[in-house]
Ligand binder design. Structure first.
Ligand code: FES
Length: 105
């Protein structure tokens, strides 16, 4: 048994649950998730380092997530500036699906 900071005693099963929860929190804080937005950017969430071709690092302080341009038309590359909507960007998976539909009709 171990004494919890609140003053109560923890039995072994409670200690294990607490340890597992703390591990889960630590893993979640270090996890990076990249979400492909439909006909839009890559949304990158989590602790990342973003560097250019010269090794210079962007300052992402205070940004828990960034959106990276996938259409190639952003004026703020590598970040998305919303231009994909204006140009009607269609992601490859949607374009292939549309092409396949045309072939079948
Ligand atoms: S994906 Fe948004 S501007 Fe390119």
């Amino acid at each position: 048994m171990l004494r919890h900071p609140s003053g109560s005693w923890l039995v072994d099963s409670e200690m294990n649950r607490l340890r597992d929860n703390q591990k889960g929190i630590r893993m979640a804080e270090n996890e990076v998730t990249i979400t492909v937005r439909p006909n839009g950017p890559f949304r990158v969430e989590g602790p990342i380092k973003l560097v250019d071709s010269n090794g210079q690092q962007w300052d992402l302080t205070g940004k828990p997530a960034v959106s990276l341009c996938r259409c190639g038309a952003s004026t703020k590359k590598p970040f998305c500036d919303g231009t994909h909507s204006k140009i009607g960007f269609q992601a490859a998976e949607a374009a292939v699906a549309a092409e396949e539909a045309q072939k079948q009709s």
